[in-house]
Design a binder for this molecule. Structure first.
Ligand code: GUN
Ligand code: FE
Length: 453
């Protein structure tokens, strides 16, 4: 089996608070898996004594783990940037359900889903948790597109049996049998990179009986679960009235919460609900763009992390208007800063000053290094408890990006290579890409060692 090596600047998260930078480093990949990573390439190469195919990176390039999108609605991509003038429940009725209902047409699904996967790969997404629609055949088309294009993905056929328009709702029996058959059909594809994920849309559009059946299907097949929770205050109120208990308790009682579950948004979770998430191992997909666009609220990610809950990022297209997780990363930092302003500016006069100078770790905004963790390893941990991705550890799959920082829209003109403080220089490149770069700076994308861009 041939071995491929990437030699040059390497960056990856080892944990929330540890971004490792290796200025003169290498990653060696064989059979799609990382077989070595470090800083002494020539010694490794001699000791390894095998033929290697080398990719030598220039001083303006670096390798980092691929982005993980923990929450994206593939069928909503044609609505990108549209209809962001209404809060959630109105937005669903006016824009989202009409678009999603079109995917009963499998030819339409094929045309759109091919472009969706091309687009997210181009943005550097190596792992995505996709919501599709209620339609089984179209959802299978999305899975086959991800397999064909080589993107790692969880594909969810959406389940909804109430409180949806009559043109876009399933009967309860149909919802259960179609969900079961969907999981079976995706597992039969025997893909190493594409898996089914059980997807009740949200508690408002699912009966308790449907949610219970979906939990059973997930458990019987050992597959993941995704849904939405506490995105919007009206939604929370309806959920609590419908079921007479806390929103998170509804999902817990249905058997939907476990360490294979990711819930999107979680903007308005109460302390008691965070405890339920921690106890069950449930993760959160933080979707800052969508939370802003649909006037849902500012999600306090640090509060969720401090409660011991794993967090990743989601674009939430098309509540979110950008398919790039790198964009979500910057918006996540924005929201974290804004929350900090709210905390510190609400205190008047000299107390305000005191609060700013004394602010403790808990109220400090997230750092860009922590946000990189959320966009890569955090997402991988939130989603893929069984997959070994998210950073460069021996034995994990090589899901990675080659980033060029000396091309439009970033011009660092070789200034990074003055070379006295190589680690700091590399961090400059990383910051420039994170804040000011875009998909044009992502030269190559790899999943499981296979180049897909
Ligand atoms: N809640 C239920 N469905 C949806 C959806 O499609 N998008 C968002 N953002 N929230 C939802
Ligand atoms: Fe969503």
């Amino acid at each position: 089996m041939s071995t491929q090596t990437f030699v040059g600047q390497i960056v990856h998260s080892k944990s929330l608070n540890e971004l490792e930078v290796i200025p003169n480093g290498f990653v060696a990949v064989s059979g799609g898996k990382i077989v070595a990573v470090g800083s002494d390439y020539s010694t490794w190469k001699q000791a390894a004594g095998r033929e290697v195919e080398e990719t030598l990176l220039s001083p303006s390039q670096f390798v980092m783990p691929g982005f993980v999108d923990c929450h994206i609605h593939a069928p909503q991509m044609p609505n990108l940037g549209l209809g962001l003038d209404s809060p959630l429940l109105e937005w669903l009725e006016k824009y989202t359900f009409p678009m999603e209902s079109r995917y009963r047409d499998t030819a339409f699904a094929q045309r759109i889903y091919q472009k969706v996967v091309e687009t997210t790969i181009r943005c550097g997404t190596t792992l995505a948790a996709y919501f599709a629609t209620n339609h089984k055949e179209s959802s299978i088309i999305l899975a086959k597109e991800a397999i064909r294009q080589g993107q790692r993905a969880f594909i969810g056929k959406v389940s909804s049996d109430c409180n949806c328009p009559s043109y876009y709702v399933e009967s309860s029996d149909e919802a259960v049998s179609e969900a079961r058959d969907f999981v079976k059909r995706i597992l039969e594809l025997k893909s190493e990179i594409v898996k089914p994920i059980v997807t009740p849309r949200f508690a408002l559009s699912c009966t308790e009986s449907l949610m219970g059946s979906l939990a059973k299907i997930a458990k019987e097949n050992n597959v993941n679960i995704q849904s939405h929770i506490s995105e919007n205050l009206s939604e929370v109120q309806v959920a609590e009235e419908m079921f007479g208990k806390l929103y998170a308790q509804v999902y817990k009682d249905a058997g939907l919460l476990s360490n294979k579950t990711v819930m999107a948004h979680a903007v308005h979770l109460k302390d008691q609900e965070l405890k339920i998430f921690k106890e069950t191992g449930t993760s959160v997909a933080h979707c800052p763009a969508s939370n802003t666009n649909l006037l849902s609220g500012m999600c306090d990610v640090k509060r969720i992390i401090n409660a011991g809950v794993t967090v990743g990022l989601g674009t939430d297209v098309s509540g979110g208007h950008n398919p790039s997780i790198k964009d979500a990363l910057v918006r996540c930092l924005d929201i974290s800063n804004h929350l900090h302003f709210v905390r510190t500016q609400s205190i008047k006069g000299c107390e305000e000053q005191q609060n700013i100078t004394n602010f403790n770790n808990e109220s400090k905004p997230l750092t860009y290094q922590q946000a990189i963790y959320l966009a890569t390893l955090g997402g991988a941990e939130a989603l893929a408890v069984d997959e070994k991705v998210g950073n460069f550890i021996v034995g994990k799959s090589f899901d990675a990006l080659v980033v060029e920082t000396d091309s439009f829209p970033i011009f660092n003109c070789g200034l990074q290579s003055e070379g006295k403080e190589p680690e700091r220089d590399l961090l400059r490149l990383v910051q420039q890409f994170i804040y000011s770069g875009d998909d044009r700076n992502i030269m190559k994308v790899f999943v499981n060692g296979r180049q897909i861009k």
